[in-house]
Structure formats: C-alpha cells, structure tokens
Design a binder for this molecule. Structure first.
Ligand SMILES: [Zn+2]
Length: 306
C-alpha cells in the first residue's frame, strides 16, 4: 500500500496568516497537495510568549536555536505587550475562503493562541467555552458556516475543552501527539469527539537539537512513512511557510517521487467515523517531548471501553 501523509498546518500569528499561508498555498498547489489548515483567528499576542522565558524550562534556548526573533520579526514579538494584539482573522478576511476554494480543509486553531497555550489548564469552564465560541463566531463570519474541526494551540487539551467541543458538535479534533486515531479518556469518562493526533515530530522540535539541519527533518519524515501507517505531520505557517519554505517544497517533491498519498484530516475522520465502535479509547497525559519546551497532551496507553 502507498505511504499516506496528512499535512496539518497550524497558523498561530498575523505574520503566519498574511504571509505564510499564501506562500504555502502556492507550494501545495505546485505539488497538487490538499492540506488541513487550522487558524488561530483572534488577537495575535505573540509578544506575551516571551514571558515563557521566565516560566518555562527550555524556551529561551529553543527561541535561540530556531531563530525565533528572526522568524517572527520584532513587531510580532511586541504584539500583546508593547503593541495591542491585532485580530488575525479580520486582517485578511479573503484568505480563509480562498483556502477552502483551493480544496484545503479550514478548521480552528483557537482564538487567542497564547492564552490557550499558556493557561488552558487554569481557565474556568466558561472561559474555555468563550475561546472556542469566539473562534467559531469569527470563522462563521468569514466562511458563512461554522467549522467542524479543531486543533488545540500548543497541543493543550483538557476534559473541559473536549467536552465543550462535543457540546458544539465538532466532527473531530487534532489536539494531541500520538500514534493513531482514538477517543480520549479523562478519568473514567470517554469523550465523544474523535481525536486524530499528530504522529510525527515537528521541524522546530528537531532544530532544537544541536547540529540538526532542516534536511535531516525531511529524511526523518520520509523514513517514518516507510512504516506503512498513515502519518500526520504538523507544520507551522511561520516556519515552513517562512524561512523553511524551500525545504518544505523539497519534502513534498521527495514524497511525490515515493508516491506518497496525501489526505485531508476531515476526509479521514469521516471514513473512521463510519465505524466508531471499532476505534480505540486512550487516556490523555501531559508529557515532555524531545526538543519542545513545556509539556503537551499525548495519547496514553490504550484502554478498555467502559
Ligand atoms: Zn499553534
């Protein structure tokens, strides 16, 4: 069977939306690849992420290695601190409909990315609901219909976020890191929204290691595709749509040579949900990943259906 790969594009910032997304659309079109885009649509408060330096082990080193300041630009680093955070979705209202018209999936990547990423586990239920609802309202205003897929900023999810997604009738989410699709369990409760995890490491994680080059990342992705299981790769509009666009194009070319089949997450979700009883359930645990600062939500060991 041909190797299968989904490209999940997280769009975190205004710069990533306005510049990274059009650049990625061009490269994807040139390789005839349809991807799944997830947009953070609220204020770009990236400057506040700087304060992670003081709170999170490894953030300063990571910013340095991945050329954070060069990647994001000085202005982006000031959003939400010295400058007010501009609203991402409203800044280029034509872009999300353009993505959909080009055949890409367009889902939500939260409203205020920094707030979700840094504070989800401390946010009360109504604030989590507010983040999801504001993102959905902005999306609906742009697209004329609501989104049915959600990818949590920074791979942070909780029992409350998953329960709210279920109450809002989301088809599936891609909130965690793991091996294969499952229904997340928190305590004894199986949540109702299908989870399709990111299965591969990200470019910024690999560049967090000494002497790792972007081409090493391409080789890693290609080797993982040989395993035969469908893979989900998360890329960032700010990285692969910015200074690493050339290497991303090379990855797509190499995949085409190897006859890799690309698929959109929503199509896979619909296919899987035809027989939901056959899908596994698994706990969600917060874990550290090599090359990433802080902890992220990860697929735990498979459990039995209660
Ligand atoms: Zn993100």
């Amino acid at each position: 069977m041909a190797p299968r790969l989904a490209i999940k594009v997280d769009v975190d910032t205004l710069e990533g939306f306005c510049k990274g997304v059009p650049a990625l659309m061009e490269v994807l079109e040139a390789h005839a690849v349809k991807a799944s885009f997830f947009l953070a649509l609220g204020p770009d408060n990236s400057g506040r992420a700087i304060f992670r330096i003081f709170r999170q082990r490894g953030f300063l080193e990571k910013m340095w290695r991945t050329r954070g300041p060069a990647l994001y630009g000085f202005k982006t680093m000031c959003y939400g601190t010295l400058l007010p955070g501009p609203k991402i979705g409203a800044a280029a209202p034509h872009l999300a409909p353009q993505l959909a018209a080009a055949g890409h999936e367009v889902g939500l990547h939260g409203y205020d990315h920094v707030r979700w990423h840094d504070h989800l586990c401390h946010l009360p239920w109504e604030k989590v609901a507010q983040e999801i609802d504001r993102a959905q309202e902005t999306y609906t205003a742009l697209m004329g219909k609501p989104a049915y897929s959600f990818a949590a900023p920074g791979w942070q999810c909780s029992w409350s976020s998953r329960t709210i997604l279920a109450a809002r009738n989301f088809l599936y989410a891609s909130d965690t890191r793991g091996a294969a699709p499952y229904f997340p369990v928190f305590g004894d409760t199986v949540t109702k929204v299908l989870e399709i995890p990111t299965t591969l490491p990200t470019l910024d994680e690999l560049l967090g290691f000494h002497s790792c080059r972007p081409q090493d990342f391409t080789s890693l992705v290609l080797s993982r595709l040989e395993g035969g299981l469908p893979q989900v790769l998360t890329i960032h509009a700010e990285m692969e749509g910015g200074p690493f666009l050339g290497e991303f194009a090379r990855l797509l070319s190499c995949c085409r040579e190897r006859r890799v089949e690309f698929f959109r997450l929503e199509d896979w979700a619909r296919e899987l949900l035809r027989e939901p009883a056959g899908l596994p359930v698994a706990q969600v645990n917060l874990q550290r990943l090599p090359g990433r600062a802080g902890r992220v939500s990860c697929q735990g060991p498979q459990g039995a259906r209660p």
